[in-house]
Design a protein around this ligand. Structure first.
Ligand SMILES: Cc1cc2nc3c(=O)[nH]c(=O)nc-3n(C[C@H](O)[C@H](O)[C@H](O)COP(=O)(O)OP(=O)(O)OC[C@H]3O[C@@H](n4cnc5c(N)ncnc54)[C@H](O)[C@@H]3O)c2cc1C
Length: 485
């Protein structure tokens, strides 16, 4: 999370995360919310977390309120409203066991009981949930809905969880995403995403803590099997009080930070195989006027602009083949619709996010851009951004002409800025089933507890994965606060 005037003075852009629905519905926020609000955090929310706009101007909305959503789905295709209500109703039967898992270490007894109850009947056989958990998003959307607009409304959310529409278990993500969007809306902090960072930092300093930035840690110092301190690149060391909590991925932990410590060889081998997902390009636009939505309902949280669910799947397949997609799905936010303070009067900011792109492209599916050796040079980045802006103009005709300034982040920029991105993955490591849930961060470490008893891992590379969700920090905080930790 970082808010900066990267285009022009007075335009406050979130360089990375913008919307915080997962945090708003988290246990962390329910416990810390009052302290954060007292330190300046204020969420601005909307009743319409997401909408979809197709190139021919057709649109569809998802509201926080189920009744409004089912009416909209019925408008799109009679019967789809009931299909949505059924899907949510079926998930509702499991939700009381699923949602507590997001604030539990999955290796804990409590979580194991819940997982066992979700998957097994008690007589030794599996229950339907076990099969539903494995479904793909494409199958769920095709089985449940008839309207191509309803499918295009839901499908582009799946890549926000790091999955493709054909990933094993992405069908389960459909129910999770719909529940999270309906419960959380699409909240953005007034003033920008970094208001959350600032408020969290103030909680630390108000309690006597100190924060040092721009100081990469290169070793966790271990003596007699316990961490005794950390050393930063310039050589300064900091002694450990009780624990080291590292917001890094397992590869950095075992291959670098604990390189001098004795840890099981199997974990080092698994850390070498830690896998990253596809990359992302994010474009920040400073606009002389707000986008002209064809329908006022589209002034919503986070709209997607795409042709169809199939076009979304095709763009991802092109990227998986190593090509820049010819017509990627666009995820857009216009934070000034909720918070006019983030641009000069009458003007606007827009974020355009393109997920699931090759970190090192080998070609261009449209045959137009020479990708050279695959390095995201300034030229490649800008040519791809031009494609995105042209595409944007097909949906929002007034936007290209209103652009006063533009800032583009490529997978390579992400990799440079944050070692947790690997080669440019915005989500801290592949979120395919093979590296999720009890297999995250590593098969041999299904937990935030590491091979060194007082070193803990948090962040997107651990359960519950990517997104501003506060989940792993909450889990580790509770482990440290229980006397047995
Ligand atoms: C472009 C983009 C857009 C996104 N949009 C959204 C969104 O709208 N909503 C949403 O919920 N999520 C979004 N995400 C995902 C979300 O931002 C991440 O999943 C989330 O921030 C991960 O948080 P984290 O706690 O794992 O830490 P990170 O954000 O990865 O932060 C870890 C920090 O530790 C630092 N670090 C790593 N190694 C070391 C070291 N050795 N020494 C010192 N420091 C180190 C890193 O530089 C980094 O600053 C987006 C991500 C990107 C990249």
């Amino acid at each position: 999370m970082r808010t900066e005037e990267v285009t022009l003075p007075g335009f406050k852009h979130d360089l990375y995360a913008t919307g915080h629905p997962l945090f708003l519905i988290s246990k962390a926020y329910s416990e810390l919310g009052a302290d954060l609000r007292a330190r300046g955090l204020e969420y601005l929310n909307t009743d319409l977390p997401t909408v979809v706009l197709l190139p021919d101007g057709t649109s569809g909305i998802l509201a926080r309120d189920l009744k409004t959503s089912t009416a909209e789905f019925d408008r799109l295709s009679p019967g789809d409203g009931q299909a949505l209500a059924d899907l949510m109703g079926e998930f509702g039967k499991y939700a009381h066991k699923v949602f507590p898992l997001f604030s539990l270490d999955l290796a804990s007894k409590e979580a194991q009981v819940l997982i066992g109850e979700l998957m097994r009947s008690g007589k030794g056989d599996f229950v339907p949930f076990a099969a539903e958990f494995m479904q793909t998003a494409r199958d769920v959307l095709n089985d449940r809905f008839r309207s191509p607009v309803a499918k295009a409304l839901i499908a582009p959310w799946v890549p926000h969880l790091g999955r493709t529409l054909d990933s094993v278990s992405s069908g389960f993500d459909v129910s999770l995403l719909l529940s999270a969007l309906m419960a959380g809306g699409m909240p953005v902090p007034r003033g920008g995403s970094d208001m959350l960072v600032k408020a969290l930092a103030r909680i630390v300093t108000d309690h006597g803590g100190a924060i040092r930035c721009d100081a990469p840690v290169d070793r966790i110092l271990v003596e007699r099997g316990r961490a005794v301190g950390v050393r930063v690149m310039e050589g300064d060391t900091y002694a450990t009080g009780r624990a080291v909590i590292a917001s890094v991925n397992a590869d950095q932990l075992y291959l670098k930070l604990l390189a001098d410590a004795e840890v099981p060889r199997s974990l080092v081998q698994q850390a070498k195989l830690y896998r990253y997902g596809l990359g992302c390009v994010q474009i920040q636009l400073a606009l002389s006027k707000p986008p002209d939505w064809p329908d006022d309902r589209l002034r919503a949280g986070q709209p997607h602009l795409l042709r169809s669910m199939e076009a979304c799947a095709l763009a991802i397949a092109q990227a998986k083949n190593g090509d820049l997609p010819s017509e990627p799905t666009l995820s857009v936010d216009v934070p000034t619709q909720h918070d006019p303070s983030r641009a000069p009067r009458g003007m606007a900011i827009m974020r355009v996010q393109v997920l699931q792109l090759p970190c090192r492209p080998r070609g261009d599916a449209a045959g137009e851009i020479d990708v050279g050796d695959g390095t995201w040079t300034e030229d490649l980045k800008n040519r791809f951004a031009d494609r995105i802006v042209n595409l944007l103009g097909r949906y929002l005709a007034n936007v290209p002409g209103a652009i006063l300034g533009r800032h583009v982040i490529s997978p390579e920029d992400l990799a440079r800025y944050n070692p947790n991105s690997g080669p440019g993955d915005p989500f801290g490591g592949s979120l395919e089933l093979a590296q999720s849930y009890l297999l995250r961060p590593l098969p041999g470490q299904p937990s935030h507890r590491t091979a060194v008893p007082n070193v803990f891992l948090v962040g997107a590379g651990t359960w519950p994965g990517n997104g501003v969700n506060g989940g792993s920090g909450y889990i580790v905080a509770h482990q440290l606060l229980t006397p047995a930790a």
